[in-house]
Design a protein around this ligand. Structure first.
Ligand code: G3I
Length: 354
């Protein structure tokens, strides 16, 4: 049996995986217990799943994940209290059932804004009160920055933003703090945090919020990355930049795609991937990455992969979407049969080249 990932990094940070409830059992469950010391829900704790209708909370699937973490003495991340995606439409409808966005009367717009913020508070309060003793880190707000936005600050022009400006972010963090307590760890989470202009937009937003007294503890770096991008230097700079604000950093959704952007052409099968030799390039990448995380371990409190093994990854859906329905990716350190890959040996500190 190979050494456990969580043991190798025990003195540095927990090693986590994103999971669907079905993966708590069988072979996935075994791999989780053996190699990982933290879990996060890949989907079931998102707003559309937890509160599909106003006032109707569905905790059944989420509870399974919380319980698994408890039983196996694992850390638990919560993903995510607020997001522009996977959020049910009812949040943005006024009391007559009309889109709040369409309202033009300023007074009515202000009322709509207050209604939306109240709904947000209620959503967060209900979840946080239920899970506050079990959750170690909260993704409070996810993906607030969009470099293609038309505003100069790069703020994502989601419905949240259009209806409240940045007040939804403030309300979310303040409500989470209020109900989760002083010791709770609250994160603003995003992807491409390493690269400009997104890094600077996020830095400016976070700095501004901190100056206003908004209770943010850290930045979640999703790290949906590629073999050759972003660079290790950019990654290091980004961690150091946010640490310079006195913030913690967590790596929250790590996966190393075999492809560039867009992910074309893609290999059609795992056999093709094996024949290509690209898993060795990926292994070299994992080596550099975990060397960096180790170097920065005082500034990084957590590393979570966005999945367990190459049998299940959102990147397959992406590869398929861009390659006429035929495409496979392989972002993790376990293969689809749960055997260790070259990337596993490299991230564990063995040099497989020599
Ligand atoms: O549950 C339904 C199922 O009933 C239905 O038959 C099926 C048909 O498409 O869809 C299922 O829902 C899918 C869901 O995943 C669960 O598998 C959604 O279509 C699909 O869009 C959804 O994708 C998730 C995606 O977020 C949504 O944007 C991915 O699994 C999940 O990995 C991904 O995770 C995000 C993070 O939350 C934020 N950062 C980026 C990351 C990757 O996109």
């Amino acid at each position: 049996e190979v050494p456990a990932m969580k043991d190798r990094y025990e003195d540095s940070f927990p090693i986590g995986a994103a999971v669907e409830p079905y993966q708590l059992e069988g072979i996935h469950g075994e791999i989780l217990k053996r190699h990982y010391s933290s879990i996060v829900a890949e989907n079931v704790m998102k707003p559309v799943n937890i509160q599909p209708e106003e006032g109707v909370f569905n905790f059944e699937e989420a509870d399974k994940i919380v319980q698994f973490a408890e039983e196996n003495d694992m850390a638990l991340r919560f993903h995510t209290l607020v997001w522009h995606s996977q959020v049910p439409e009812w949040f943005f409808l006024d009391e007559e059932g009309n889109e709040m966005i369409d309202e033009t009367d300023p007074e009515q717009r202000e009322e709509n804004k207050q209604l939306l913020l109240e709904r947000l508070e209620n959503h967060i309060k209900t979840i946080v009160k239920r899970y506050r003793d079990e959750v170690d880190a909260w993704d409070v707000v996810n993906e607030t920055i969009d470099p293609n936005a038309s505003n100069a600050r790069g703020l994502r022009e989601s419905k949240w933003y259009q209806l409240t400006g940045t007040d939804y972010i403030k309300t979310a963090f303040e409500t989470a703090r209020k109900y989760a307590g002083e010791n709770a760890k609250l994160y603003i989470n995003d992807y491409n945090t390493e690269v400009e202009p997104k890094r600077t937009h996020l830095y400016n937003l976070v700095k501004d919020l901190l100056d206003q007294g908004v209770p943010i503890d850290g930045v979640g770096h999703q790290a949906h990355i590629q073999i050759g991008w972003p660079s290790i230097e950019e990654t290091r700079d980004s961690i150091n930049l946010f640490a310079s604000l006195g913030l913690d950093n967590q790596i929250t959704e790590l996966d190393v795609s075999l492809y560039g952007w867009p992910p074309t052409p893609a290999f059609a099968s795992y056999d093709e991937i094996l024949e290509s030799g690209r898993l060795f390039d990926q292994a070299a990448r994992y080596s550099q990455l975990f060397e960096l995380y180790g170097e920065l371990e005082d500034k990084i409190s957590h590393v979570t992969f966005w999945g367990i093994a190459d049998d299940h990854t959102w990147l397959d859906d992406r590869a398929e979407a861009y390659n006429h329905g035929v495409g496979k990716d392989a972002p993790f350190v376990f293969d689809p049969d749960f055997n260790v890959k070259p990337a596993y040996w490299e991230m564990m500190g063995y040099n497989i080249d020599g």
